[in-house]
Design a protein around this ligand. Structure first.
Ligand code: CA
Length: 146
């Protein structure tokens, strides 16, 4: 009994999961969260979220997303640091629809480029990570032009 308790006790809650939809926009992509599961999961502040984009050779990682920046009480879009991604510079903009600092249904983010272009020859993989356990909240892949 003790061992069983210890075994279960050492496993934290699984990462919350969220459906996600992508849309191509002029200089990049927009992802919008759908429903999160489980329904009774603790809300996930943006500060617990890390966003990664990879083409298999290069990674763009945003790991210092401040929930405070997105907790304004009203719809808010914040720009985060630019990241070198292969021969591009890419930018992350997060829109929190309610401005409550919580990543949830209908909140969205865009990854865009200036000076360079996404390639239709690459598959871009997106990972939305729950930092407390490094688990995946959402994954997606997208090809430019499709
Ligand atoms: Ca929100």
């Amino acid at each position: 009994m003790y061992i069983a308790t210890l075994g279960f006790g050492s496993v934290g809650p699984p990462a919350p999961e969220a459906a996600i939809w992508h849309k191509q926009i002029p200089n990049g992509f927009r992802w919008t969260f759908g429903y999160w599961t489980p329904e009774d999961a603790e809300p996930v502040p943006w500060s617990q979220v890390e966003i990664q984009l990879t083409d298999g050779r290069h990674n763009a990682i945003w790991e210092d997303i401040s929930a405070q920046d997105l907790d304004t009480g009203a719809l808010v879009t914040k720009s985060y640091e630019s990241v070198i991604f292969g021969d591009m510079t890419v930018f992350l903009n997060i829109t929190d629809m309610e401005g409550d600092g919580i990543a949830e249904y209908k909140d969205n983010f865009e990854i865009t480029t200036s000076g360079g272009a996404f390639s239709s020859d690459d598959v871009y993989l997106l990972f939305v990570i729950w930092k407390p356990i490094n688990g995946w909240i959402s994954t997606d892949f997208i090809v430019w032009g499709y």
